[in-house]
Design a protein around this ligand. Structure first.
Ligand code: FES
Ligand SMILES: [Fe+2]
Length: 436
């Protein structure tokens, strides 16, 4: 459990909050590229870390992420004209470029030079790995590079990314990801704990082969966060599965062929989150059939639709919203719960969100009773709170500057080595290549 103060610090992400300031030290995924497909195309409303913003792609292809409201009389720039290198407010025609410079102010006499004195909030952006990234922190400590995940560096088409809205605080989603013991229940088929049924659902041949009901779990803190390993006996070797957690909210999960997959939780505000899913393969681009299959739901992303969404405080964003949600009880089917799976809810993300969103927007962590199965959750909280507290004292984190630290894979290997630290040293050096 956490103290009231620590729960507040962990979950509040608005401007000038400790956790909000920590997130602002990292490049963050803001949009997927497909949200802004065209130059001079329609702008997109987003909110990040409690700030309302509008994203647009200008005439030269650059992406701007700027304040959502015009500095003249605070009209929404979303209704503006995206034309000739900037976004022009529909009210009185003030126009801003991707850097926030006011390019035109047609309702003021030019001799007043008022235009030169007005700038719009604008954040630096980058585009790589099918994602538009944003940096919202102080320019003096802006990292040169975005995190160099394998899926980010992969050639175009070799990665698959998706984004959708989760209606909870960011930490609730992130904690669900590293809460390994729920998989045997929430995501299982009919029986409460049936390793054979679980393994039958897994795409991994190795996992099928390495059925050992009592894996040994080890967590090792690292400069990027932690690695969490499970070791199972397999003939004369061990079958290792290694999950990564990377600051401030990324996962890399083994079990998907060719490079693994993961998710991250980008705070929209205290009570809403953009979940990003990413996966990549190193052998070839994903083909159309695979992309179509991902889009059908069942795994990540969930079934969802692109829509305008009204946030709890009345703010508006444009995003993908899952079809199964709090209003329709995640389409729970009690017959299916009796006969088919543990929850009666279809889809892995739907299952996760039913409980995470059902906890309420910000769960009261002072009332929890955590056990040994919750070690990864406890570690992530402690590491984040420590980093945020240090930053409050002026101690800047160094990890954001180390983009290469993110060039990791989750691991799934057969190896006679029984020591987790040795496994990490061995495979991290080679990025997990040729693991088998
Ligand atoms: S409110 Fe935007 S130009 Fe007047
Ligand atoms: Fe889950």
């Amino acid at each position: 459990m956490l103290s009231v103060e620590d729960n507040e610090m962990l979950t509040r992400v608005g401007p000038r909050t400790p956790m909000g300031e920590l997130f602002r030290r990292f490049w963050l995924p803001a949009l997927v590229t497909s949200e802004l497909p065209d130059r001079d195309g329609p702008p997109v409303r987003i909110r990040l870390l409690g700030e309302d913003l509008v994203a647009f792609r200008d005439s030269s292809g650059r992406v701007g992420i700027i304040g959502a409201r015009c500095p003249h009389r605070l009209a929404p720039l979303f209704f503006g004209r995206n034309e000739e290198g900037g976004l022009r407010c529909a009210y009185h025609g003030w126009k801003f470029d991707v850097g926030g410079t006011c390019l035109d102010m047609p309702n003021e006499p030019p001799e007043r030079q008022f235009k030169q004195r007005i700038t719009q909030t604008a954040y630096p952006t980058r585009e790589q790995g099918g994602v538009i990234w944003v940096y919202m922190g102080p320019s003096a400590v802006m990292p040169d590079k975005i995190p160099q995940f394998e899926w980010v560096q992969a050639p175009e088409g070799h990665q698959f990314v998706a984004k959708w809205l989760q209606r909870t605080n960011w930490c609730q989603g992130m904690e669900g990801e590293i809460d390994t013991s729920h998989i045997s229940f929430l995501h299982s088929m009919k029986e409460v704990y049936n390793p054979e049924a679980l393994v039958a659902q897994s795409p991994s041949v190795l996992e099928k082969a390495a059925l050992d009901g009592a894996p040994r779990l080890t967590l090792l803190e690292t400069p990027y966060g932690f690695s969490y390993g499970s070791r199972r006996r397999y003939e004369d070797r061990y079958y290792w599965r290694v999950t990564r957690w990377l600051f401030p909210m990324y996962s890399l999960i083994p079990g998907t062929a060719h490079g693994g997959a993961g998710r991250c939780w980008v705070p929209v505000d205290d009570e809403h989150t953009f979940t990003f899913h990413y996966q990549c393969r190193d052998d070839r681009p994903f083909n159309d059939a695979e992309i179509a299959q991902f889009s059908e739901g069942g795994g990540f992303p969930p079934r969802m639709e692109r829509t305008k969404y009204v946030l709890r405080d009345g703010g508006i964003i444009d995003t993908w919203v899952p079809t199964a949600n709090l209003e329709n009880d995640y389409l729970i089917d009690r017959q299916m719960q009796r006969d088919v799976n543990f929850t009666g809810i279809w889809g892995v993300n739907e299952q996760d969100r039913s409980l995470q969103e059902g906890m309420g927007p910000i769960v009261d962590r002072t009332k929890e009773h955590l056990g040994t199965a919750d070690i990864a959750v406890l570690s992530a909280r402690r590491l984040l709170l420590n980093m945020a507290k240090k930053l409050m004292q002026g101690d800047e984190p160094t990890l954001p500057q180390d983009a290469a630290a993110y060039n990791l894979r989750p691991l799934e290997v057969l190896d006679p080595e029984d020591d987790f630290r040795s496994i990490l040293e061995k495979y991290d050096a080679t990025l997990g290549a040729a693991a088998f």
